[in-house]
Design a protein around this ligand. Structure first.
Ligand SMILES: *Cc1c(COP(=O)(O)O)cnc(C)c1O
Length: 301
């Protein structure tokens, strides 16, 4: 994406500690958090082809969906600004219009995004054909990007992580580990026939398995995908002191910042798998740091 230049390939750093040593595995962290200062991590990869397509069709604005803490809304506001395309955000929760904005919504507003607050029941129509038609007419034919940026174009963008890795690492990768919110990122890697360990950050995230599989070709074998649902720490946007302590320890040990919504839950779960003997000696695991650091709790900075 020329107009949204990124730092590619993103660095791949080995993560070595007593846990990885005693399990005799190689663990790497792919630093997609460093891909772009504002359109961070997987959001850059997920938006890449949607933005190119929007330019290609001569879109005059971009419309998408998200909650008050959505990293996707934040990324799209920044991308729209950089590409000089007006953005419209359909935000879940009409009550938010009259409350102090979250820092994410504040950023979106400052970057010129038109925020439209809708009720939770209206928001549920976010993929309904008639609702999309209604929005298209109401907002003068914007290029519509689904919630979380997740679409087949997003899958294509994320799949490029696999090419990057193959150029960066001489050994083959046994497993990729990613956090899953909508599952688009997991689908991107799975689409290249890689073994994916996905960690739901939502409570009751079991439905994500079929969501992920629906985004990839039916020739991809189900058994390439593992979904772990117990590392949600209370649910989306929730955390426990234990998770925050994990973030602090990780920073102390590796000088890498994680955040509490996605990446910390994934890495906590991954270390739990390593400790409990999930992997065989000599296996190689690549975890993706999907970014999201603008949503980091202030007390952790
Ligand atoms: C959005 C996001 C995810 C979740 O990605 P999905 O493709 O929706 O599963 C993971 N990590 C970070 C930091 C994110 O912002």
């Amino acid at each position: 994406m020329e107009l949204l230049s990124a730092n590619l390939p993103t660095p791949l750093v080995p993560i070595v500690n007593e846990i990885t040593k005693s399990a005799q595995i190689s663990l790497y962290l792919k630093r997609d958090d460093l891909i772009h200062p504002l359109v961070s991590g997987n959001k850059w990869r997920k938006l890449k082809y949607s933005l190119l397509e929007a330019q290609h069709v001569g879109a005059r604005s971009l419309l998408t969906f998200g909650g008050a803490y959505s990293n996707h809304l934040y990324a799209l506001a920044a991308a729209g600004r950089a590409l000089d395309l007006p953005t419209i955000g359909i935000v879940r929760g009409e009550e938010l219009a009259n409350l102090p904005f979250s820092s994410t919504l504040q950023f979106c507003k400052e970057n010129g995004m038109q925020l439209v607050f809708v009720t939770r029941s209206e928001y549920k129509n976010k993929s309904d054909k008639n609702y999309l038609k209604f929005l298209s007419e109401a907002y003068n034919g914007p290029f519509i990007i689904p919630e979380g940026g997740t679409s087949l174009l997003a899958v294509k963008g994320v799949s490029e992580i696999v090419d990057e890795l193959q150029a960066q690492l001489s050994q083959s990768v046994d497993y990729y580990a990613v956090a899953a919110g909508t599952g688009g990122t997991a689908a991107g890697i799975l689409s290249r026939n890689q073994n994916v360990l996905s960690f739901s950050v939502l409570k009751g995230g079991a439905f994500l398995k079929s969501e992920i599989l629906n985004l990839v070709d039916s020739t991809i074998k189900n058994d390439h995908l593992q979904l772990f649902t117990k590392y949600h720490f209370g649910g989306y946007g929730k955390w426990t002191p234990e998770l925050l302590e994990f973030i602090c320890d990780f920073k102390k040990d590796f000088d890498i910042q994680l955040e509490q919504v996605y990446t910390a839950k994934m890495l906590y779960g991954l270390f739990d798998l390593i400790i409990t003997g999930y992997f065989k000696p000599q296996q190689t695991i690549v975890a993706i740091h999907t970014g999201g650091l603008q949503g980091l709790l202030k007390e952790l900075t």
